[in-house]
Design a protein around this ligand. Structure first.
Ligand code: GLU
Length: 301
């Protein structure tokens, strides 16, 4: 693993569910700019373990589009589908540490019991039904325990959004690491990979803000360092939905790479100047850290 003089290692971690669109390009660009502005390394990891959602060929399509836009990773990309043994190993370690239990609840049972406990204003997340045993149910998924009481609140200082706190016990509950369908949960795979790949700075869309405390909890349990976080605002369509394949986002047009970068740069509030891709990226890199100092959540800190 190469470490640059600055020690910074960042990554873009797309799920190959379709081609790169303006929403995912904004994230990719922010990750690249932050790495370059810190003289760091920029990696790409294909998060392709939610098999039913993956689209064949979307991974190479994303990598080619990035390259056309001048965003070339410093190390060979990795695919999560080839790293499943690492997730199994982490799950085993959590099990040995008695942090894990099998859960036999169906979605419907969880929804019903939540309705019941919510009336008593206790929790918004999984109510811990199987914490003390399956009660005759068949094991379906594997859940990790979250702390109780004051230790359940996890806070972090986001470089874009400011301070964030979440009470894992009441807002999330014990969460799934291995799903009932046998697939690895995103939360586990992302923490294992960020840890093993030595990622120091995570930049991604703000739709993942509320996953971060779960990931910090897993880092603590697995003895992994906590990276710094920066969550960029998500791009929404005209009716306010997050841009995604489901909400009808269009693929980036690689025949006009500078236009695509300019649109993404505008969303990030960059000055947006440059005569070609290389020039634009250089100027945007020079602007990036300055741009971050103007954010309301961080200005004046
Ligand atoms: N694969 C996730 C996604 O495309 C991103 C994961 C991350 O950046 O932590 O939404």
């Amino acid at each position: 693993m190469a470490v640059s003089a600055s020690g910074y290692r960042g990554r873009f971690a797309p799920s190959p569910t379709g081609p790169l669109h303006m929403g995912s390009l904004v994230t990719a660009l922010a990750t690249w700019l932050d790495a370059r502005a810190h003289d760091g390394q920029w990696l790409v990891r294909i998060e392709d373990i939610d098999y039913p959602r993956c689209v064949r060929g979307a991974d190479t399509d994303i990598l080619q589009t990035l390259e056309r836009l001048g965003l070339v990773p410093d190390e060979a990309p990795v695919w999560q589908s080839r790293r499943e043994a690492l997730y199994a190993d982490a799950l085993h370690r959590l099990d040995m540490a008695d942090q894990l239990y099998p859960c036999g609840c169906s979605r419907k049972e969880i929804a019903d019991s939540l309705l019941h406990v919510r009336e008593r204003h206790q929790t918004l997340g999984y109510p811990g039904t199987c914490r003390n045993g399956l009660n005759g149910k068949l094991p379906r998924a594997w859940r990790v325990r979250v702390p109780d009481g004051p230790g359940a609140t996890i806070c972090f200082d986001d470089r874009w959004q400011g301070r964030q706190c979440q009470d894992l016990e009441t807002e999330v509950g014990d969460f799934v690491l291995r799903r009932a369908d046998g697939l690895w949960a995103y939360q586990l795979a992302v923490v294992v990979d960020d840890g093993l790949q030595g990622i120091t700075h995570i930049v991604r869309g703000a739709d993942l803000l509320d996953s971060t405390p779960r990931q910090i909890h897993l880092q603590h349990l697995l003895g992994l360092p906590t990276p710094t976080y920066l969550h960029v605002p998500v791009v929404v369509n005209t009716v306010g939905e997050k841009l995604s394949k489901q909400s009808g986002a269009q693929a980036i047009d690689t025949s006009a790479p500078l236009d695509a970068l300019r649109m993404a740069g505008e969303h990030l509030g960059l000055r947006n100047v440059g005569k070609d891709v290389k020039d634009w990226l250089e100027r945007a890199t020079a602007d990036w850290l300055q741009r971050l100092t103007t954010l309301p959540a961080v200005a004046g800190r």
